[in-house]
Design a binder for this molecule. Sequence first.
Ligand SMILES: NC(=O)C1=CN([C@@H]2O[C@H](COP(=O)(O)OP(=O)(O)OC[C@H]3O[C@@H](n4cnc5c(N)ncnc54)[C@H](OP(=O)(O)O)[C@@H]3O)[C@@H](O)[C@H]2O)C=CC1
Ligand SMILES: Cc1cn([C@H]2C[C@H](O)[C@@H](COP(=O)(O)OP(=O)(O)O[C@H]3O[C@@H](C)C(=O)[C@@H](O)[C@H]3O)O2)c(=O)[nH]c1=O
Length: 285
Amino acid sequence: MKNILVFGGVGQLGQCIQKASASSEQFNFIYLDEVKGNILDNSLLSDLFEEYKPVYIINCAAYTAVDKAEDELELSRKINATGAENLANLSEQFGSTMIHISTDFVFEGNQTGLLTEEDIAKPVGVYGLTKLEGEVAIQKAAHKYFILRTSWLYSEFANNFVKTMLRLGADRPELGVIVDQVGSPTYAVDLAKVILQIIESGSEAYGLYHYSNEGVTSWYDFASTIFELAGLKVKVKALKTSEYPTKARRPFYSVMDKTKVKQNLGVEVPYWRDSLKTCLVELGY
Ligand SMILES: NC(=O)C1=CN([C@@H]2O[C@H](COP(=O)(O)OP(=O)(O)OC[C@H]3O[C@@H](n4cnc5c(N)ncnc54)[C@H](OP(=O)(O)O)[C@@H]3O)[C@@H](O)[C@H]2O)C=CC1
Ligand SMILES: Cc1cn([C@H]2C[C@H](O)[C@@H](COP(=O)(O)OP(=O)(O)O[C@H]3O[C@@H](C)C(=O)[C@@H](O)[C@H]3O)O2)c(=O)[nH]c1=O
């Protein structure tokens, strides 16, 4: 069987890929945690590539703590940029195709209109900056890569906004949530299916792609919809960004155009509310 190495294999997206690939008979997925697949350890990585000769590698490993990153530029850069570069170098050397995940937070977020892959990225925080550096490093080092920019990932696994809202909502009758940051939520299981589709199709349409769920919302509307669909009576108060101070700045607007992924890779994109319903069922609501 052909081998696929999944770095960050026990994080949120890694677990979603485990779920989506459970019935795959064509490929042998090897899910690596931070120790067995430390993307900063080049000698360990070389041994893994040597042993498994992977046809694909999927990089879900990342530094994703957006606020904390503001105080940890170096570590964030190491994981999001140098780690990605290490994997790209080895992929090029071993002829593997690299699938890498990036973020809507590479955008400044001051324009409206759908953001395409050609639009200039200009991050407003350390997390977005180091993720962009990772993209650039991959594009320089490798030929066979798919970089999928996605946004507002959530699922039944690990930590994410949906689970945070359900946890906070269980204890509090009212929550304040930002209304002037607009984007598209993405069910990470949907993204995992897209990754599998790319692999199973054997597509060679390498490059940078945008993928999120369909539709547009604010964090406030997202939170309100989570409570509505979960059948929970929690009052959500709309806050301006200035009323909910955070260490990191976040883009005000980061809705991405998905035309390229639909046209080149034949991907179908579920509406965010439908996918949210699916996730809530998985969570027992
Ligand atoms: N979550 C989101 O809302 C979004 C995420 N993305 C991107 O999607 C990808 C997947 O995100 P998600 O699954 O949610 O993130 P998680 O934080 O859940 O998973 C990231 C994983 O990477 C691991 N990791 C950290 N450092 C290393 C290292 N040096 N070597 C190997 N593994 C390491 C983490 O381990 P540990 O937890 O032990 O540190 C964690 O298990 C990331 O690239 C992220 O930037 C894009 C848009 C939105
Ligand atoms: C918990 C909470 C958050 N917020 C706001 C803060 C922030 O602007 C927004 C989302 O907060 P979170 O900290 O949960 O999400 P955050 O970590 O900012 O989410 C981002 O993560 C990275 C990894 C990405 O790549 C992005 O696409 C995006 O998903 O909601 C509230 O207004 N009220 C609340 O009670």
